[in-house]
Design a protein around this ligand. Sequence first.
Ligand SMILES: [Zn+2]
Ligand SMILES: [Zn+2]
Length: 168
Amino acid sequence: MRIAYACPACSATVTLDGIEARTVLQCTACSAAVAIPDNAIGLETPGIAATSVAGGSRLNRCLVCPSTELFVRKDFPQQLGLAIVVVGLLASCVAWAWHELIVTFAILFATAAVDVVLYLFMPDCLSCYRCGARYRGDGLRAQRGGFDLETHEKYRQQLARSRQMAGR
Ligand SMILES: [Zn+2]
Ligand SMILES: [Zn+2]
């Protein structure tokens, strides 16, 4: 399983592989370490190693912050999705200006199709509501539900409050 998180000490984005075998997460930029709690990573099937194909590791909580609420999201770079749409729209505008009606709609349709196909083939990843850490991996089972706006809002407000406190 891989993790990508923002270092609590220096805010650098840290990507680490094989976190099942680790006891601490160490920042590659400033060496600040975050201890992984004992029960944070469980096994889907007891007795089968997390690295085996049959078994899958289960994340019980976020490894970076104390949150136990994680949601499944598509591991899809938002900028890429947006870029595809923008390019498709621009190309269709050019075709429209040239009075190529069929080409215009073909481009728009192709743009939508590319987005749908990408979405279907993009793997899932787990993300933490509180700190935004992302977890990826073959053995990682998507045991949590989808994005819950209510939980997201709770953490967003919590964060806003703590920022306000810090500002005083
Ligand atoms: Zn750091
Ligand atoms: Zn977290």
